[in-house]
Design a protein around this ligand. Sequence first.
Ligand code: FES
Ligand code: FES
Length: 181
Amino acid sequence: MKAQMTLTVNGEERDVFAAVHKTLLEVLREDLGLTGTKHGCELGECGACTVLVDGEPVLSCLALPVECQGREITTVEGLAQGERLHPLQQAFAELGAAQCGYCTPGMLLSARALLEATPMPTRDEVRQALAGNLCRCTGYTKILDAVELAALRLHRAGQIERSQARAGDSPGARAMVTGRA
Ligand code: FES
Ligand code: FES
């Protein structure tokens, strides 16, 4: 039996007509062509299939799409902005935190949820947030380093944005930074 549903994925509404027994993982990959979300154990044990639902990590192999209607689903395809990588993606790429890359989408999404809730996590907090995401290649140190690097960069970018906003609020400062003083 098939059912019609509307899912909001990476900010876009997508209509799906899919078999009711399909998991969110299967619908994302097979019906919506979003193969960035990886298919691992299908038992809720490896974290390869992690996506965000309303900002919280969810194992898509254990979730039914019908339960996700009306909620915001984010997959790895929704992290970058055009050609601009998310700072987590950038840090993973720079530090070699992805080898075969199979665990990477799930790691990135768990890490994104962590940084939204805890912008400057301790190493233990990073470790805890990623505890459900298994990697068979890298040995975790580079992954933890990459999350910390991204946190630091996001924090600095926030500081710069805040100081630019303050300068923008002051006509004198605005004039100086635009050469009109
Ligand atoms: S595929 Fe979902 S937890 Fe392993
Ligand atoms: S990079 Fe291969 S499983 Fe993690």
